[in-house]
Design a protein around this ligand. Structure first.
Ligand SMILES: NC(=O)c1ccc[n+]([C@@H]2O[C@H](COP(=O)([O-])OP(=O)(O)OC[C@H]3O[C@@H](n4cnc5c(N)ncnc54)[C@H](OP(=O)(O)O)[C@@H]3O)[C@@H](O)[C@H]2O)c1
Length: 311
């Protein structure tokens, strides 16, 4: 009797184990590579999306190097991460910090050396730091255009180029940049910002092609509005701080969702990720397929928004 039950149950048990294994393989493939123990560098980690990325990658077991201009704010993030209940069994690492200003060219090379000293390698570089801009081109001094470009374009590419040789040498690494929908389409009164994000998109598209042979993926993430202090910290035509929480920013994506999307993109080695609702998605296609209509819509938007402080 026992033999009959055992013999009959075995195929079911084996099928069950097989299905479970297949399911685990499927889940693993969907999730992509693990970041447990990976050295992840995040610029602009003191606030907004960078801080959320720090939380998400820390919880996933990454060894973090957090970058920003303000040592005290970065230390606060480190303390917050240390105080968080992990809720998981994987090993957690206390983040390191490197303080530097991306807009100061002479600081970036030294910062890259400091970053490499933290763990001897970089597995993932997340170029997240950035600044926004609000202003009319006619009123904007060229120095403001240059300053935004220094932070959003020259700083991130200088850091990338300083860390790239060590990745190429190891034939391993991953470069991520947080661009914006405004890296795909340009909207009025955002010239400096949109130009810097278009430049970032172009540079990292070139880089992706050039380093694929070294097995180094490049991911450009282009989100729509996110609920952060970006508009509060934006600069205006005369270089002063904008200081307004725009409605579009206040009602934008939850930064936690965007940070999870960044983690997913890293795990899956995605090339180009657009995080946008239906309207910006349509606008991106319109810009390519029907530019005349797109330009008309933007001109009408510019007329309505003569005063860029009201969104
Ligand atoms: N919020 C949005 O609606 C939105 C939408 C699409 C894309 N993005 C992009 O998301 C990224 C993160 O911005 P966020 O929204 O999180 O804004 P945020 O809260 O203002 O954070 C910006 C971060 O960048 C750092 N930073 C600014 N200038 C820097 C400099 N010269 N050198 C080094 N670090 C600098 C700031 O650090 P310190 O001030 O402490 O140095 C801060 O941590 C940016 O690239 C932004 O363009 C944002």
């Amino acid at each position: 009797m026992e033999r009959v039950v055992g013999g009959g149950a075995l195929p079911f048990i084996l099928t069950g184990v097989g299905v479970l294994l297949l399911y685990r393989i499927f889940v693993r493939l969907r999730q992509g590579a693990s970041v447990q123990g990976a050295v992840v560098v995040i610029t602009g980690a003191s606030s907004g999306l960078g801080k959320e990325c720090a939380r998400v990658f820390h919880a996933a077991g990454a060894r973090l190097v957090l970058c920003g201009r303000d040592a005290a704010r970065l230390q606060q993030v480190v303390q917050e991460l240390a105080a968080r209940p992990t809720g998981s069994q994987q090993q957690m690492f206390t983040p390191s910090t490197v303080v530097f200003d991306l807009a100061k060219a002479d600081m970036v090379d030294r910062a890259a050396e400091e970053i490499l000293k933290c763990y001897g390698q970089v597995d993932v570089l997340i170029n997240n730091a950035g600044i926004s801009y609000r202003g009319n081109i006619l009123d904007t001094h060229i120095s403001v255009q240059r300053d935004v470009m220094e932070t959003n374009y020259f700083g991130p590419i200088a850091l990338t180029q300083a860390l790239l040789p060590s990745m190429v040498q190891r034939r391993s690494g991953h470069i991520v940049v947080i661009s914006s929908i405004q890296g795909k389409i340009a909207i009025p009164y955002r010239s400096a910002y949109a130009a810097s994000k278009h430049a970032i998109q172009a540079y990292f598209d070139c880089l992706r092609a050039e380093v694929e042979c070294f097995r180094i993926p490049v991911t450009v993430v282009s989100p729509g509005y996110i609920q952060t202090n970006l508009s509060l910290n934006a600069v205006t035509a005369d270089g002063s701080t904008y200081g307004v929480m725009d409605k579009s920013t206040a009602t934008g994506w939850d930064p936690r969702d965007v940070a999870h999307a960044v983690l997913k993109a890293v795990r899956r080695r995605s090339k180009d990720v657009v995080l946008a609702g239906p309207l910006p998605s349509v606008a991106i296609y319109l810009r390519t397929l029907w530019p005349a209509l797109f330009f008309k819509i933007m001109a009408s938007r510019a007329r309505k928004e003569r005063k860029p402080k009201t969104e």
